[in-house]
Structures are given as structure tokens and as C-alpha cells.
Ligand binder design. Structure first.
Ligand SMILES: *[C@@H]1O[C@H](CO)[C@@H](O)[C@H](O)[C@H]1NC(C)=O
Ligand SMILES: *[C@@H]1O[C@H](CO)[C@@H](O)[C@H](O)[C@H]1NC(C)=O
Ligand SMILES: *[C@@H]1O[C@H](CO)[C@@H](O)[C@H](O)[C@H]1NC(C)=O
Ligand SMILES: *[C@@H]1O[C@H](CO)[C@@H](O)[C@H](O)[C@H]1NC(C)=O
Ligand SMILES: *[C@@H]1O[C@H](CO)[C@@H](O)[C@H](O)[C@H]1NC(C)=O
Ligand SMILES: *[C@@H]1O[C@H](CO)[C@@H](O)[C@H](O)[C@H]1NC(C)=O
Length: 449
């Protein structure tokens, strides 16, 4: 009897367990489907990660990491895909356990791709400037030749408060005039007054500013004897030169960002913001100081500062495929649109974000165009830069030039020669009272006034 009972139960279990399993599977599939419906944007054109705000100004992204396909024969895409697989916690759980926080997986991906038979042919397909780039793109450990003495840039010795801003300007050995113009005008260091006054005491409200110039090494043949000795003297005099031992070429500019982030993370303890620009940029420093201080007054500032980057944001830009352009990127090297990025002529980001960019840069292969590279790191941090119409990295519309208060309505404009920077600075001082109440512009160049 007992045996019979057991058998009967056995049969029921045998019959029912597949049904229960099937039911659970269906339930799981259904839940997944419903979840993915919430996660993907109804238009289907953009991937929207759950729990973050992102809008349609974002460049299209692959729908999910597993849908990342090899984009044709493009070398950079292939390299990055291999590296992202190494960092993927599902595909490579072993790597996660090892907690790779150096560039060794970049290296591994690079040698894997270039050692493939097809990797070599991908390399041979590239035009010469890209070949030069690729042959050094895995290398980042260039020694520092000159650096500010034990400090995070030139600044006041007796800062009474946490420094507000580090001005970090990409320059080159030969551009001494640009550096001098910046030092004497908008790029002064120490305590700098902002645009607002204390309502009760009438005192100017300001912040501490520091400065550093980012340099590579000029071709020796180009330099007349004495220029590098002069740079040494300049560095001793101003304490604002940070120079690495790599060739200062256009395609090496990305190295300046990556190595600057690393240097910043090591020596710049508590700086709130970084203004990264070229040495032909003009900044309305008074209003910049006040704009940044206003950002610090916003609620939940510690959280917002982790993601803070502001500038002129360029969305859905396509690589330039014209061979004679300085920005030429062939399809054999990179395929797809560029991510959302802030124009590199002048951009501001927080010190907290600088550290996060430093860590992320160890997982992203160098790209020859520096501001696009920053955008690539930002996408991988799941952050979008904020667009502000007062950052003019492509200058004004010509018809605006006559307005006497024009430069009081902006934070930054690119490009100005050293002489123009000096003249503009003098003009701004002259018109300061007259233009005091002019607000920052709220529309892009050429729209409105
Ligand atoms: C990078 O980290 C890995 C794992 O922690 C280690 O095996 C490797 O030696 C490190 N490489 C360098 C260059 O430090
Ligand atoms: C190399 O590429 C060719 C065609 O593009 C393909 O048929 C071949 O399988 C590839 N070889 C390897 C090792 O990936
Ligand atoms: C304004 O000045 C008063 C008096 O000197 C001071 O107590 C107050 O902290 C100042 N406020 C700001 C925002 O600096
Ligand atoms: C430096 O030399 C290279 C070739 O050696 C040349 O292409 C470049 O224009 C030179 N730069 C300057 C500023 O003279
Ligand atoms: C970048 O700098 C390195 C080191 O000086 C040099 O070997 C390389 O050719 C440079 N890359 C480009 C693309 O100019
Ligand atoms: C999208 O984001 C940008 C940058 O953050 C912002 O300026 C714009 O107003 C947003 N658009 C919408 C429709 O929310």
C-alpha cells in the first residue's frame, strides 16, 4: 500500500514539475519583456538606462551591450569592443574579481587585435597620420619633464579657502605669447573677484584660482637653440608649466587630457572646478567665478558635482571623411557617429568628475580627436555634458560684433590671438560699469541678441 502511494506521488511529481518549470519560465519571460518595455524609449532610437535622465539630444547608442556589433572593419571600434568584453562582468567575471584598475586590459585588447591576421590588414589600410597614431596609441606612460613645484598649478601661497578653479590650458613650447597674454589678463591666479557683491557688507565675492599650462615636446629641429632652456626659466618664474615627454602633435592632444587627469588625481586634492581650454581662448573670468559659485549653491551639490560638465555641446556629429582635413578620420578607423561632446576650445568640469574621467580613461582606447575622446569617456560614465549658450567655441555671428556689451554676456569665446586677448581685457575693464547688469546669454550664437 505504502509503496503504491509513493509511486502515485512520483508520477504526479514527474508530470507536474515540467509544467511548473514551464510556467515559471513564461512568468520570467513576461517580466523581462515588461521591464525592457519600460527601459527602452518608445521611439526605439536611443538606449535609455533605467533610473537616469536622458533626452533626445543624445546621439544614438547601441540598444544594449550584447547588441554591440563589430562595425565593419573599423579598427578603433574593434579594439574598444574587445576591451569592453574584457571588462564585461558577465562575459569576463574573472577580470572583475581581479579588479583591474590599471591599463593592462587595454593593452591586452590591443595586442589581441593587432596580432590577428585581419588586425594587421586593418592597420595597413590606414592612411599615414592614422598609422602614426595607432603605432603609439597603447602608450601612455610618458615621463613628466617640468611641473609646478609640489603644487597643483600656480596660485596664492596662503589660500584661506578651498580653491574654486584650476585653469588648465593646452599650449605648446612655441606659444609663449599666448601664455603671457593669458597670465596678464583673464588667467590671473590667487584670489579673483567674481561679479557679485555681498549684500550686507558690499564686498566682492570671489574665489581662489590656480593655473597650469599643458605641454608636450616640440620637434627639436624646429626649435632655435635656447627655447627649451627658456621654458625651464619660464617654469621657475611662473610655476605653471606641466610638460610631458611626448611629441606635441595634433593627434597627441588626447594624451594631454588623459595625463592631466592622472596628474590632477594625484596632486590636486580639493579643487572644485577645472577649466580646460586652448591657449587662444578668452574667458570672462568675473562672470565665470560667479557662475561656478552659483552651481555650488544648488541643492544636493555633492551628487550633481559628480557629473558636472558644461560647455558648448555638440550632438550627433559625424566624423569628417574629407582626406585633406586636419580632422580626417577614415571609416576604416572609426565607424558611427561621435557621442555627445563638449567643444574642446573651452569646457568646465568638476574636480570630482576629473577623477572619474581618470579612472574611465583606463578602459577607453585613445582617439585622435581630443574632445571626442572626452565624450567617449562621458558616455561610458553615463553622463551628458550640459550645454550653455554663453560658451562660444565657434565664435559669434559676425553681425553681433558691434554691441559694446557683447563680451559681458558670455563666459568664454574661442578663438582670439594674444593681442586680441590683451585688447579685449582692457575693453572689458572700460565698459564694466556701463555693462554691469548685462545678463549671460540664453540663446546660441546669432539667435536673439
Ligand atoms: C595591472 O593589474 C593586474 C591585476 O591587478 C596585474 O596583474 C598587473 O600586473 C598590473 N599591471 C601593471 C602594469 O601594473
Ligand atoms: C578575415 O577576414 C576575412 C574577410 O574579411 C574572413 O573571411 C576571415 O574569416 C577573417 N579571418 C579571421 C581570422 O578572422
Ligand atoms: C557678507 O558679509 C557679512 C558681514 O561681513 C558676512 O557675515 C557674511 O558671511 C557675508 N556673506 C557672504 C555670502 O559672503
Ligand atoms: C616643425 O617641423 C615639422 C617637420 O619637421 C613641420 O611640419 C612643422 O610645420 C614645423 N613647425 C613649425 C612651427 O615650424
Ligand atoms: C605622439 O608622441 C609620441 C612620443 O613622442 C610619438 O612617438 C608619436 O609619434 C606621437 N604621435 C603622433 C600621432 O604624432
Ligand atoms: C535635453 O538636454 C539638454 C542638455 O542637458 C537640455 O538643454 C535640453 O533642454 C533637454 N531637452 C529636453 C526636451 O528636455
Amino acid at each position: 500500500m505504502a509503496v503504491c502511494h509513493c509511486n502515485w506521488y512520483g508520477v504526479v511529481i514527474c508530470l507536474c514539475s515540467p509544467c511548473i518549470c514551464l510556467l515559471l519560465l513564461l512568468l520570467f519571460t513576461y517580466t523581462c519583456l515588461m521591464l525592457s518595455k519600460n527601459v527602452t524609449n518608445p521611439k526605439g532610437a536611443h538606449f535609455v538606462a533605467p533610473g537616469t535622465f536622458r533626452n533626445d539630444s543624445f546621439a544614438p547608442m547601441p540598444k544594449s551591450f550584447w547588441a554591440l556589433s563589430l562595425q565593419g572593419n573599423s579598427l578603433w571600434n574593434h579594439l574598444q569592443l574587445v576591451t569592453e568584453r574584457h571588462h564585461n562582468p558577465i562575459l569576463a567575471p574573472h577580470n572583475r574579481k581581479m579588479r583591474f584598475d590599471n591599463e593592462s586590459l587595454l593593452w591586452q585588447g590591443f595586442s589581441e587585435v593587432t596580432h590577428l591576421e585581419n588586425g594587421t590588414s586593418k592597420f595597413d589600410m590606414q592612411p599615414q597620420p592614422i598609422k602614426d597614431f595607432v603605432s603609439h596609441m597603447h602608450q601612455r606612460d610618458y615621463p613628466i619633464l617640468l611641473q609646478p613645484d609640489g603644487m597643483c598649478g600656480a596660485g596664492a601661497k596662503n589660500e584661506k579657502k578651498r580653491p574654486l578653479l584650476l585653469i588648465a590650458i593646452k599650449s605648446s613650447e612655441l606659444n609663449l605669447r599666448n601664455r603671457q597674454a593669458i597670465r596678464r589678463t583673464w588667467g590671473q591666479v590667487g584670489w579673483v573677484a567674481g561679479h557679485s557683491r555681498n549684500k550686507s557688507s558690499g564686498e566682492e565675492i570671489g574665489g581662489y584660482v590656480r593655473r597650469v599650462f599643458l605641454l608636450g615636446r616640440e620637434n627639436r629641429e624646429n626649435l632655435s637653440a635656447g627655447v627649451s632652456e627658456f621654458l625651464q626659466t619660464e617654469s621657475e618664474l611662473y610655476g605653471d608649466i606641466l610638460q610631458w615627454d611626448f611629441k606635441d602633435t595634433f593627434f597627441n592632444l588626447t594624451l594631454k587630457d588623459v595625463l592631466f587627469w592622472s596628474w590632477f588625481s594625484n596632486v590636486c586634492g580639493s579643487i572644485q572646478f577645472v577649466l580646460k581650454g586652448d591657449d587662444d581662448v578668452f574667458v570672462n573670468s568675473m562672470k565665470m567665478i560667479t557662475y561656478l559659485q552659483d552651481q555650488l549653491k544648488k541643492p544636493q551639490v555633492h551628487e550633481t558635482m559628480k557629473d558636472f560638465m558644461v560647455g558648448q555641446v555638440i550632438s550627433e556629429a559625424a566624423p569628417i571623411r574629407a582626406r585633406n582635413s586636419k580632422y580626417f578620420i577614415p571609416e576604416s578607423f572609426y565607424k558611427g557617429l561621435y557621442p555627445l561632446y563638449a567643444g574642446g576650445g573651452g569646457v568646465v568640469y568638476s574636480g570630482l568628475l576629473t577623477r572619474r574621467l581618470h579612472l574611465m580613461s583606463k578602459r577607453v582606447h585613445l582617439f585622435p580627436i581630443d574632445d571626442v575622446y572626452v565624450g567617449m569617456c562621458m558616455v561610458r560614465l553615463n553622463i551628458s555634458p550640459i550645454n550653455h549658450p554663453a560658451f562660444l567655441t565657434f565664435d559669434f555671428a559676425a553681425k553681433e560684433e558691434k554691441d559694446p556689451c557683447l563680451y559681458h554676456s558670455i563666459l568664454l569665446v574661442h578663438k582670439r590671438s594674444p593681442q586680441e586677448i590683451v585688447n579685449l581685457w582692457a575693453d572689458m575693464k572700460k565698459t564694466q560699469t556701463q555693462c554691469w547688469d548685462v545678463p549671460l546669454r540664453k540663446t546660441g550664437p546669432g539667435q536673439g541678441t
